[in-house]
Write a protein that binds this ligand. Structure first.
Ligand code: ARG
Length: 459
């Protein structure tokens, strides 16, 4: 390989397998843009405090920009011998501009450099992920408004519980994702702190201006402690934790979509473009997209545990262990972005089958609680009302009829206070309309909640 920037104190060259084993360039070249941006800001700062001349700084910046173009054109020759993205770019700079290139690393270490690159990278990805998440949330709000009157059964224990609207269900998903959005925003505040200037671990002897570098790179502040700045990867763990929660939510949504597309539920249609077929069974249309999202949740959970375990045994300050933070973090980012993108595309395309949803809400005695509440309004204590309705349900089960399909005389067998107006509360429309408070499923409440959701999303 090429000669090592750190080769001075060594008497033999690196073992060939050790060279490959310790290299990270195969995966950390993804950080080239952040690495170059960090180097340019560092060079500007060095010139400002008089460590570099203005001419040297200009030369370095021009060289780095050429290298960026070279990389983007696919013409950069990445060397495993040069270990990582940082040394590859620095070595190339000296190759291109000569001796001045060797001054770039003044007052800096790969330790503060890599920590800075990772934070710049993650900050950008959090913004992209948030934008995609907001697109998905917007789709849920639209769907909720469109289906604010669509009645479906709500479940507990996956047994029919009470009627709700499809719109209300979509807004439940919105709320889950809204908390994920807040977690990402909160995580971003701690990501956006600058390690540069910590150098290897103790700081540097040059009269550096860390506030200036931080400002150039858009960081909120320089990190307070040099040891901490180069060593901790808690920001990556925190992001992965927020990502794991987000995917856990998408996985739950997926599980419902999968159930709903089955013949047994038949609640929704997913357009063909989000499904695939079977190589043997000609009739099949499988909900692969939600199934894959549900499946991908597992790998992000794995990355979270991997990163926590990576960090837990490390003494201060930097250790090479931290090179292992990259692949799990990159894969977490790629996985979350992919899942959000496909979900944001798919949600607006969901077609609820309104007739079938309504029929399903009429199975399973979903208005039983409404009958109990009716009896309470007529003066019966709730526990007695519960008992009366339970017996009415038993009759319904025997006769294969919903409560609303029993006659007034049949209902009156269980309680004399039941009158003709009972049929108003036994209807699905009556049931949902009566849950008319903040957070309830009444269509007017769902519309108002959708409106508020839109405002919260735009804030
Ligand atoms: N490739 C290394 C990493 O990803 C960069 C920092 C290496 N520093 C060192 N002193 N070996 O963590």
């Amino acid at each position: 390989g090429k000669s090592k920037p750190w080769g001075g104190r060594f008497t033999e060259s690196t073992d060939a397998f050790v060279e490959a084993f310790t290299a990270s360039v195969g995966f950390d070249q993804r950080l080239y843009r952040q690495d170059i941006a960090g180097s340019i800001a560092h060079a500007r700062m060095l010139a400002r405090v008089g460590v570099l001349t203005a001419a040297e700084c200009d030369e370095i910046i021009a060289g780095l920009e050429d290298i960026r173009a070279e990389i983007e054109a696919g013409g950069f020759d990445w060397s495993v011998g040069l270990e990582d993205v940082h040394m590859n770019i620095e070595a190339r700079l000296t190759e291109r501009i000569g001796a001045t290139g060797k001054k770039l690393h003044t007052g800096r270490s790969r330790n503060d450099q890599v920590a800075t690159d990772m934070r710049l990278y993650l900050r950008e990805e959090i913004d992209l992920i948030t934008a995609e998440l907001e697109r998905l949330q917007g789709g849920l709000i639209d769907l909720a408004e469109r289906e604010a009157d669509t009645i479906m059964p709500g479940f507990t224990h996956l047994q029919v519980a009470m009627p709700v609207t499809f719109g209300h269900h979509m807004l439940a998903w919105f709320e889950m994702l809204e908390r994920d959005r807040q977690r990402l925003a909160d995580c971003r505040r701690r990501v956006n702190v600058m390690p540069l200037g910590a150098a290897a671990m103790a700081g540097t002897t040059y009269p550096i201006d860390r506030h200036y570098t931080a400002e150039l790179l858009g960081f909120d502040a320089p990190a307070e402690n040099s040891l901490d700045a180069v060593s901790d990867r808690d920001f990556a763990i925190e992001f992965t934790s927020a990502a794991a929660l987000l995917l856990m939510h998408l996985s739950r949504c997926s599980e419902e979509l999968i159930l709903w597309t089955s013949a047994q539920f038949g609640f929704i249609d997913l357009p063909d473009r989000f499904c695939t077929g079977s190589s043997i069974m000609p009739q099949k249309k499988n909900p692969d997209v939600p199934e894959l999202v549900r499946g991908k949740t597992g790998r992000v959970n794995g990355h979270l545990i991997g990163l926590l375990t990576l960090m837990k045994g490390q003494p201060l300050a930097y250790n090479k262990d931290n090179q292992e933070d990259k692949e799990p973090l990159f894969d977490t980012v790629d996985t979350v972005r992919g899942c959000l993108r496909v979900f944001a595309d798919m949600i607006p395309a969901i077609e609820p089958k309104r007739e079938r949803l309504r029929a399903a809400a009429l199975e399973g005695f979903s208005t039983a609680t409404d009958l109990a509440d009716y009896l309470v309004r007529k003066g019966l204590p709730f526990r007695d009302a519960h008992e009366v309705v339970g017996r009415a349900v038993r009759l319904g089960l025997e006769q294969g009829r919903d409560l609303s399909q029993l006659s007034l005389e049949q209902l009156q067998q269980f309680s004399g206070i039941i009158e003709q107006d009972v049929f108003d509360v036994l209807t699905l429309e009556g049931s949902i309309a009566s849950r008319d408070h903040i957070g309830g499923t009444a269509p007017a409440q769902v519309r108002a909640a959708a409106q508020r959701a839109r405002e919260r999303l735009s804030r």
